[in-house]
Write a new protein. Sequence first.
Length: 152
Amino acid sequence: MNPRLHRRSFGWISTVVLAGLALVAVLRLPHATAGDPDTTDVPPGTVAFFGSADSRCPRGWRSLSDGAGRLLVAVTAADAVGKTVGKPLADQEDRTHQHAYSASVDLPHKSISAADGPNRQGAAAKKYESQGQSEPAPSGLPFVQLALCEKL
């Protein structure tokens, strides 16, 4: 994968996650705790993140364990709802990942007149190719862990 494209996709994902967290902040949900009054103006089935010291959902909400440790993604097709991919992240995990790479360099022929040195190890004019796997590395992205809850 192109490293620049990979960084751009992380930037896009970060923007979506931050926009979601900003929406939750606007709704004033991150400060809800289990002792808060019911939020009757929120429709049933709404899924939201809550930040509290005890990590519990407020009254009238239930824990949505299917989403724990996963990146939640909006879908446009109803048959895509509920699909899961991969293994969920563990508590405070910054999972390592690696990428396949391939590269090629085409070195043109260069004539250097009157050069008669002993270097017989110079690069020959041809196409050089390389491929392999990067070393495993963590993303290093900052994150915050919140309780995921569904309105009853």
